[in-house]
Design a protein around this ligand. Structure first.
Ligand code: ZN
Ligand code: ZN
Length: 145
């Protein structure tokens, strides 16, 4: 069951203020979803977010979740990861980092301390943003094989 109180570090007010600072009106659904992402850096899917939040917010619809996520992405507060083709995951950690997805347990790990490989592009091309996802087996799953 998801409750705001379970995550002491970021209060509702703080999250609402962050939204206001990014020109997003801090409506309850928006604050709750953004708060969820800030406290769940596990790269949840829309289904994860919806099924956790609807328990305490019965008025929530999946469409609302999609709309809020679109808005947060557009405002640069949240990143959409396209690790699997069919299922988007969301990350509120906006620092550039790579991801490693375990093909066995489906966990998506952050590779925070791994430097991005340097990429030489043909002249004229300007990088705006890089998304790099690696797939493999995590150490626990690799051991179990
Ligand atoms: Zn694994
Ligand atoms: Zn991440």
């Amino acid at each position: 069951m998801y409750t705001m109180k379970a995550f002491g570090s970021k209060s509702y007010k703080e999250v609402a203020l962050r939204l206001t600072n990014s020109d997003v009106r801090p409506l309850t659904h928006r604050v709750t979803i953004y708060h969820y992402l800030l406290t769940h850096l596990t790269h949840p899917t829309v289904d994860n977010i919806y099924s956790d939040l609807v328990q305490t917010m019965p008025s929530l619809s999946k469409t609302t979740v999609y709309n809020v996520l679109d808005l947060l992405c557009e405002k640069g507060l949240v990143k959409q990861l396209t690790i699997e083709g069919n299922e988007a995951r969301y990350d509120a950690d906006m620092e550039e980092h790579m991801h490693f997805k375990c093909s066995e347990c489906k966990t998506v790990f952050d590779l925070k301390d791994v430097p991005f490989p340097s990429i030489e592009l043909p002249s004229g091309l300007v990088i705006e943003h890089i998304q790099l996802n690696i797939e493999g087996k995590c150490s626990a799953c690799a051991k179990a094989c």
